[in-house]
Design a protein around this ligand. Sequence first.
Ligand code: AHR
Length: 493
Amino acid sequence: QPLSASLTIQAGQPGPQVNRQIFGQFAEHLGAGIYGGIWVGENSKIPNTRGYRNDVLQALRDLKVPVIRWPGGCFADEYNWREGVGPRAKRPVKINTHWGGVTEPNSFGTHEFLDFAELVGAEPYISGNVGSAPPRELAEWVEYVTSPAGSLASERAANGRKDPWKLPYIGLGNELWGCGGNMRAEYAADVTRRYSTFIKVPAGVRILKSASGPSDEDYHWMEVMMRDAGRYFDAIGLHYYTITKNWRVKGSATVFDESEYATTLQATMRMDGFITKHAAIMDKYDPQKRVWLAVDEWGTWFDTEPGTNPGFLYQQNTLRDAIVAALNINIFTRHADRIKMANIAQMINVLQAMILTKDEKMVLTPTYHVFEMFKAYQDATALPIDVKSPWYSKDGSTLPAVSATAVRGKDGLMHIGLVNVDPNAAVTVTAELAGITAASVTGRVLTAPEINTHNTFDQPTAVKPAAFTGASIEAGKLKVVLPAKSVVMLDVQ
Ligand code: AHR
């Protein structure tokens, strides 16, 4: 019996904007996330622009990366921004005590990050040190970056940048419940109020202050932060990592069977419930939805690749990761009224990366291709959608086989993002497009022979998008034959 699903899309009832910031990235001083992945230095034999790898710059521009969070993560609450400005040769060499105990040369600091973000065309999101530095340090960092006048602006000019930068987002610490200081929610709320007080920007300049939010289902954290400190921030984070087994044994990124595949996808779908409940708490204190929910760390976390430094969190990326990415993007799109930013962990060479590099080689991962396929969702208008899907079950894991969202893009077209998680069966989807008369449909598909197919430096295109011919308009309805284990993006005229 072939599987079938049905959709109803209300094309005439525009919903909330799908902020482009939902497609944000996260780049931490961790492993080869910065050094080697972005920054190789001006004297490298790897082709570069002012020290940034040209291949990576181009790939990120092609992806239209909207925002990049930096410098951590856990690194952020140990970071002293002063050590990363001024002549590079004079910057202190520190130990990255959180990630691998390796030396941190501080060659990539504030100027390098903001210059890099400008080259990519992305907004910068600086995650400040709240855990181990006084409020003055963060206040002065913001002033150094944004002020047109004063001694910090003069220092900035002497260091090579006369004009202030735009700094749209500042993070008030990271994971204050853990590596950011092991605080209780009640204490963290007070700390957040305090640090927020001293962040000042010049008149007419906007900065969004983002609080360190809960992890997973820590609803107490959300409740206390919103209740006691909600007036002092404009966004609050949520961190949720998809792990297949447990934190000690997380499972291999590439060697897994269908049972593990299903467990991973079921785990990733928990994001939906977490957002629903956190958003309900936020609604209680902020019914106007002024405060953004920013999922500023998410993605798969597997065991590190054999032979690599365990502190570097380097993992491969397969078709399974692509499906995880698309499922989460659809979840964020469905919650676009409250989710206004998300930052996948992490952009390059760390966890669920877009890009892997090795010396002068670079490879785009299946996750990169999903972000690229969803580009038309950036700043699009979400459309209400009703999805009736069969279930996919394996060894006790169960989730809907089909995930779908629809938007009206800035280009005027309707775009429909579809996932079929079932690795063994195609699903025929019939969609009613209420409110428009569709004339034609085109699309692209991402799939591969196996659930663990991945791109390597020797075979960089084993997983890549292809033209999709399985969709048609029949008697005003959209008919799609979704291949097994696939992500499909449709463009409807
Ligand atoms: O992304 C890796 C780490 O995961 C981050 O540094 C931290 O915030 C989280 O626990």
